[in-house]
Design a protein around this ligand. Structure first.
Ligand SMILES: Nc1ncnc2c1ncn2[C@@H]1O[C@H](COP(=O)(O)OP(=O)(O)OP(=O)(O)O)[C@@H](O)[C@H]1O
Length: 277
């Protein structure tokens, strides 16, 4: 594994490990025999870090994040959060998917309320209400509180999903291509909002994206996966831009193009998809 050198002000060096993958492999048993998706994954994510994972379709990015959420377990190796072995889902790790996953028969308010009620059954009704309202406000959706998902735009639904995930104060926010289905304008708007929320909450984020520009704009480090089967971390690139980030300024920075070209070269030259994939 290589790391592109940088003088990153957000550099993870000399911080305590927070989320760790130690010699992680994942093998699925399929009707055609064992299928090794990931092999020998070692990764340390630091508290409050924003890490993006990129790689070709099917290389195992969701599998990697599913081992953080606890939806799936490693076949070999361990994933730990603050030294504690992750073996099942828990409220300390919340996931936002691309396809919203809101309950369609409940309003935005009720979707968030249900999450708060499930995780904090002992909180008073007034306190639960306060948490829901605070989180709806955080994503600018107070006025849409009583709307059901089908009455909301894709961007609004994703805002509700993010509010719901953060309402229970997870330590890790797992984002599986959260903006993949949105148009460019909405996508950029949500990226800005996500960065503001991340800065205020200091939550640790692991996010899958197929969009290199999005990964550069959002993250402290980009984990680039090789192709499967038996995909590995090919390279980890540090993103050197100071925060808060200004998209226009970043786009003018020569380092942006160096990073972008480096990631493109990795994906479309060194690990280009071949006929077999
Ligand atoms: N439960 C399972 N059983 C068998 N194979 C699986 C299972 N889940 C995933 N796979 C296979 O593992 C590989 C990696 O899947 P995964 O969804 O992790 O990739 P990905 O990089 O997230 O893909 P994409 O970018 O298309 O979402 C794929 O070949 C997929 O078909």
């Amino acid at each position: 594994m290589q790391t592109l050198n940088s003088t990153n002000p957000n550099s993870a060096i000399a911080r305590d490990p927070f989320l760790t993958f130690e010699s992680v492999s994942k093998i699925y048993n399929t009707p055609r025999g064992d299928f090794t998706v990931l092999e020998g994954i070692d990764l340390t994510v630091y508290e409050s870090e924003f890490v993006c994972v990129i790689g070709h379709s099917g290389c195992g990015k969701s599998t990697l994040l599913n081992m953080v959420s606890g939806f799936t377990k490693p076949t070999h190796g361990e994933v730990r959060l603050q030294s504690k072995l992750i073996s099942k889902p828990g409220p300390d790790r919340m996931v936002v998917f691309q396809n919203y996953s809101l309950l369609p028969w409940k309003t935005a308010y009720e979707n968030i309320y249900l999450a708060v009620k499930t995780v904090y059954p002992d909180k008073s009704k007034a306190e639960k209400h306060r948490i829901v309202m605070e989180n709806l406000e955080m994503v600018g959706l107070l006025e849409a509180a009583n709307k059901k998902p089908k009455q909301l735009s894709g961007g609004m639904r994703q805002r509700v999903s993010i509010a719901r995930a953060l309402s229970i104060r997870p330590q890790v926010l797992i984002l599986d291509e959260p903006f993949g289905a949105l148009d460019v304008m909405t996508r950029e708007e949500l990226q800005e909002e996500l960065l503001t929320i991340w800065r205020e909450h200091r939550v640790t984020v692991m996010m899958i994206t197929h969009d290199i520009d999005e990964a550069i704009f959002l993250s402290d480090r980009i984990v680039m996966m090789t192709n499967g089967p038996a995909a590995q971390i090919g390279e980890i690139v540090e993103v050197p831009f100071e925060r808060p980030r200004d998209r226009a300024k970043i786009m003018e920075d020569p380092r942006f193009f160096t990073l972008r070209n480096h990631a493109l070269e990795f994906l479309f030259n060194r690990y280009a998809l071949t006929e077999d994939h």
